[in-house]
Design a protein around this ligand. Sequence first.
Ligand code: NDP
Length: 268
Amino acid sequence: MKDRYFVIGNPVGHSKSPGIHAAFAAQSGIDLEYATCLAPLDGFAATVAALAAAGCKGANVTVPFKIEAFNLCSRLTARAQAAGAVNTLCFDGVDIAGDNTDGAGLVADIVGNAGVAIVGKRVLLVGAGGAARGVILPLLEQRPASLTLVNRTAATAHAVAAQFDGAVEVAEFADLAGPFDIVINATSASLAGEVPPIPPGVFGPATLALDMMYGSQPTAFMRFAAGHGAQVRDGLGMLVEQAAEAFHVWRGVRPATGSVLAALREAA
Ligand code: NDP
């Protein structure tokens, strides 16, 4: 029987992960199955237990289960611990091990695909939910000059920053003074076609403005940032890179991502 993997979410039917992992498997010569798994909103733990009992090797976890996945794991990597959220599960028949590949995926996309070094740069991270928490440690490991966190609910930003020993500055939207070199939108505002209340001065002509969200059209954040002179990028590259990192965690093989990302962009 082929090794089986799933992406668990609710909703999950729209997920591009099965196609991405099928492409990785094909280029690596690995015969595996990867499919979506719709878990009931109150049934994530039972779904994971059933998959593990059925002999599945691993799973990705997406909205809204990443924090529940974190609480379920018997072992966690350091980056999952720092994130407080898990997007990659490994089943070995005994343990459920949790990892978080979102941050590695974001860094690989910014540095590798966009060609923008993070070292020495002023970075602004907008949002303090699961996605934002997941990328802070990998961003800090790139040694930016500063990492500023801003969130609609300021108390959440302060609570998140407190876990990073003073390495993360917290700001209010109104106090942001720019331009920043890299602005990352890790809010879900784009899902509603909204833009967080970011002062236009955070953007300059050399700013890379990246929205973690992606779609067939530029997001509201991307249009806003481009309108104020920034270079813009969506979250599709991050999606492919976090998948590549998960594939590496499971199979020990690092797939090439360029052709997979190009094919997804062409199909969009
Ligand atoms: P969460 O629900 O955990 O967090 C949502 C965040 O967005 C919170 O900080 C929230 O602020 C903020 N927010 C929501 N609506 C607004 C608004 N209208 N204005 C300003 N801030 C707002 O979501 P996640 O962190 O899991 O996901 C965030 C985004 O990142 C999603 O769009 C998701 O699709 C994307 N993502 C993309 C990935 C990729 O591979 N490309 C990987 C992971 C996530 P508050 O605290 O005030 O509620």
